[in-house]
Design a protein around this ligand. Structure first.
Ligand code: ADP
Length: 296
């Protein structure tokens, strides 16, 4: 039985999707779906060790992401690696994830903007088989880690995600309501007028959770704004948000959905979103080998 896997070796995390061999615990995803796992990119040798322990040398492995070549270099005995362009893999993965939920009919009718919020953010239009990359911004999950780290020394993502819902953004951000007070503002008072622009009585009055809330809020607002503008420009009503930034970060998810709705679009954050690239690479590798066999 051929074992297929997809590896998305990104700037922060290495994501792996593995399909086949249900006898092996590592390949047993829920009912015919790939098993999914991840490693910090800083521990790329651990990812290589996992591959050696769990994938046979003749496994067909699609590799994508900026650190893909380095990982490949650590595994010279694997002959069946196929490089998959990153943006192609991400888009394919997003379509596959949604097709599982919607069935084939839903897949055919697909048209949405994909915002992949990883270390940075890339935007794609998915319009059936057409999947142009629309652009990207240097603001994403890496910004949450980097900026919160600079502001209050907290760089652990789980800790940032735990703190953020406990914080008060208004200790840091300047809101429309603060500017207009005591008058009634012409738009919702809790909207951000300027991120990080609150004149501070004293820096000591701002707690780590306030910084975490402000940083997460800023990323949610900017990503949703850029994605919603892209969706308006391309006539798409739906935005699918993927990438590991949403994993375990409830405030980022809630604010992303709220801002997207406010901007007149619907938002989806699929649970397997962090694995779009890995799932896309897996199926790209699977299909390329099947095409090759058909043509022989
Ligand atoms: P990339 O492919 O660029 O590595 P990901 O989609 O994996 O991007 O997202 C990376 C981001 O996910 C990080 O910048 C961080 O915000 C967030 N993240 C989620 N879980 C973790 C984790 N366990 N360790 C570090 N970052 C994490």
């Amino acid at each position: 039985m051929t074992i297929y896997a997809g590896i998305d070796a990104g700037g922060t995390l290495i994501k792996i999707a593995r399909l086949g061999d249900p006898g092996n615990a590592a390949g047993r995803g829920p009912a015919g779906k790939p098993a999914l796992l991840k490693f910090p990119a800083a521990r790329i040798e651990d990812a290589a060790r996992w591959v050696r322990a769990n994938l046979p040398e003749d496994a067909r492995i699609g590799v994508t992401g900026g650190r893909g070549e380095r990982l490949r270099g650590l595994l010279p005995e694997y002959a069946n690696f196929a490089g998959v362009p990153e943006f192609e893999a991400t888009a394919e993965g997003a379509v596959r994830i949604r097709a599982c939920d919607l069935g084939e009919a839903g897949k055919a009718a697909e048209r949405f903007v994909l915002a992949n919020v990883g270390t940075g953010t890339s935007l794609h239009l998915i319009d059936g088989a057409e999947r142009p990359r629309l652009g990207g911004i240097g603001l994403g999950g890496g910004t949450i880690v980097g900026l919160t780290g600079l502001l209050c020394g907290v760089r652990d993502y789980d800790e940032i995600a735990r703190l953020a819902p406990l914080g008060d953004r208004e200790a840091v951000d300047l809101t429309v309501g603060q500017i207009y007070a005591p008058a009634e503002p012409p738009i919702a008072g809790d909207l951000t007028a300027a991120n990080f622009a609150r004149p501070l009585p004293s820096a000591a009055a701002v707690r780590p959770q306030d910084y975490a809330a402000a940083v997460v809020g800023m990323v949610a607002e900017i990503v949703a704004t850029v994605a919603a503008q892209a969706a308006a420009l391309h006539g798409a009503s739906r935005i699918v948000y993927a990438g590991s930034a949403y994993e375990g970060n409830e405030l980022l998810r809630t604010l992303t959905v709220r801002f997207t709705h406010m901007l007149g679009r619907t938002a989806e954050i699929p649970p397997q979103g962090p694995y779009c690239g890995a799932i896309g690479a897996l199926y790209a590798a699977k299909e390329s080998i099947q095409d090759k066999l058909k043509n022989e």
